[in-house]
Design a binder for this molecule. Structure first.
Ligand code: AHR
Length: 505
């Protein structure tokens, strides 16, 4: 099967905001405890943080990590996680029916962010709490010493403000499952008043208001319109979430789901513009897609804990999806969508980062390894920085549940002007046929030369990586990609993911 594409240096979408390669860590299951934090682990540092996990995270070059929730944040008291550790209370976590020891709080998390070379993006509890706790938390984190909250932070070991720039005004407040769930009107008013108070403290903070938990919510997209009518001038981003599942074991339908994601982004971008026009505003709100990933493999095994049948365990194995090769293709397509929508999406967070629906898995007191989906996320984060190209693609397609004529080729292109390279991220959705791709580079006015070509493919869609076989699904050097007559030419094997990088000089 043949596919063609045209890339031109002036035919661009937007400068990609590096923050689309961000991630998320929640006090949920083993994300924190025996995930990033395990003081007895042989690789633990002086703060009790696992060195093996830190290295796998560092390699990803993640700009921001959203913390501490998620559903967890909607009944969280941030004060429980500061001060002497032996005096911190154990609390019941209503979101996940577990116990929270509070041995990790904002100080420990901030130190870990420094260790792994990332920054924190903090979520505020607007479920069980309100404006006053929000402003106290922000003052504690960012305020000067010589005032109550800044001095308390200093007493707890940190004189310098943490200087957190990104703040989420609650989490999934449209969801009936959320502690303190609200209507769009209730939430819009609370978010706006909270945003105004936070801006009175520091007008340069970047504030993120809750959009829909997914595009199947009954309140979508009216939720976005109403919330933005209340908050438009006081926030910078609206948050969207989406999780992907192959429930009926149909690869074609599953791998088309990023078309639904694309429509979701397009609809919310249009809603933003509608409200902007209604308000005659110059201000531009963007999308923070701060939870996305595949989530379905672990649903069955989680039922007993979530139903409360197992009491209130501390750091149980919850949401531990073991990802397969098919999920590599899915994550590759999702990331391609964020690159292609980089004019609207300025932040995106893979949810989550360690153990809980995550690219990194650990055994308590044992190994840490890369799940299959680690790789497409890694390649996009490392090589997907620059300007997104508006590729003109021609390729046969197929009809799927969510869209008709879904092209077998899903591809994005990123021009790194400084490095003099163009990187292409490509998924062949076809189960049996090689895609012969000819991608014209004449618009770059240079011949070009392939400098890297990585392929992930596997005969078994359901192949996984485990502690004993961590490299079962992993990238391999590709063969046969060349630049010839001003075009990049290569064959993409059936069901495959690849990165092809071209030097332009
Ligand atoms: O990431 C898991 C959960 O998914 C989060 O806690 C919540 O925000 C979403 O529903």
């Amino acid at each position: 099967m043949k596919a063609t594409a045209i890339a031109h240096k002036d035919y661009t979408i937007a400068r990609i905001d590096d923050r689309v390669y961000s991630a998320f860590l929640e006090h949920l299951g083993r994300a924190i405890y025996t995930g990033i934090y395990e003081p007895d682990h042989p690789t633990a540092d002086k703060n009790g943080m696992r060195g093996d996990v830190a290295q796998l995270v560092r390699d990803l070059n993640i700009p921001y990590v959203r913390y501490p929730g998620g559903n967890f944040v909607s009944a969280y008291n941030w004060e429980d996680g500061v001060g002497p550790r032996d005096q911190r209370p154990v609390r019941l976590d209503l979101a996940w029916h577990t116990s929270e020891s509070n041995q990790v709080g904002v100080h420990e998390f901030a130190d870990w962010c420094d260790t792994v070379g990332t920054k924190m993006m903090l979520a505020i509890n607007l479920g069980s709490r309100g404006l006053d706790e929000a402003r106290n938390f922000v003052e504690y984190v960012n305020g000067p010493t010589g005032s109550y909250w800044g001095d308390l932070r200093k007493k707890n070991g940190r004189a310098e403000p943490f200087d957190c720039r990104l703040w989420c005004l609650g989490n999934e407040m449209d969801g009936p499952w959320q502690v303190g769930h609200k209507t769009a009107e209730e939430y819009g008013r609370l978010a706006n008043e909270t945003a105004k108070a936070l801006r009175a403290f520091d007008k340069s903070l970047e504030l993120i208001v809750c959009g829909s938990s997914n595009s199947d919510m009954k309140t979508y997209p009216e939720w976005e319109r109403i919330v933005l009518e209340h908050t438009y001038e006081s926030v910078d981003h609206i948050s969207l979430h989406m999780y992907f599942a192959n429930r009926n074991k149909h690869p074609g339908n599953y791998l088309a789901l990023n078309h639904k994601l694309d429509r979701y982004i397009e609809t919310v971008a249009s809603t933003i513009n509608l409200v902007k026009a209604n308000k005659r505003s110059k201000h531009q709100v963007y999308i923070s897609f701060d939870e996305w990933n595949v989530w379905y493999h672990s649903n069955e095994q989680d039922r007993a804990i979530l139903a409360g049948n197992e009491g209130w365990p501390h750091a149980p194995r919850l949401l531990e999806d073991v990802y397969n090769f098919e999920d590599v293709l899915q994550v590759g397509c999702i990331l391609n969508t964020f690159i292609r929508r980089s004019d609207s999406v300025k932040i995106a967070c893979i949810a989550q980062l360690v153990n809980v629906i995550a690219p990194i898995m650990t055994d308590p007191m044992g190994a840490a390894w890369r799940q299959t989906i680690y790789y497409p996320y890694y390649f996009a984060s490392i090589f997907g920085r620059g300007t997104a190209l508006n590729l003109a693609v021609t390729c046969p397609g197929y009809d799927a549940d969510v869209a008709d004529n879904v092209p077998y080729l899903d591809i994005s292109g990123v021009h790194d002007e400084e490095g003099g390279t163009v990187s292409f991220f490509a998924v062949n959705r076809h189960p049996t046929e090689v895609l012969d791709l000819s991608l014209s580079l004449q618009g770059f006015g240079a011949q070009g030369r392939v400098i890297d070509h990585q392929v992930i493919t596997h005969p078994d869609l359901f192949a996984v990586n485990t502690a004993v076989n961590p490299m079962n699904v992993a990238p391999k050097q590709g063969a046969g990609a060349i630049v010839e007559d001003g075009a990049l030419k290569l064959g993409l094997p059936p069901f495959s993911y690849q990165v092809i990088r071209v030097a332009l000089t």
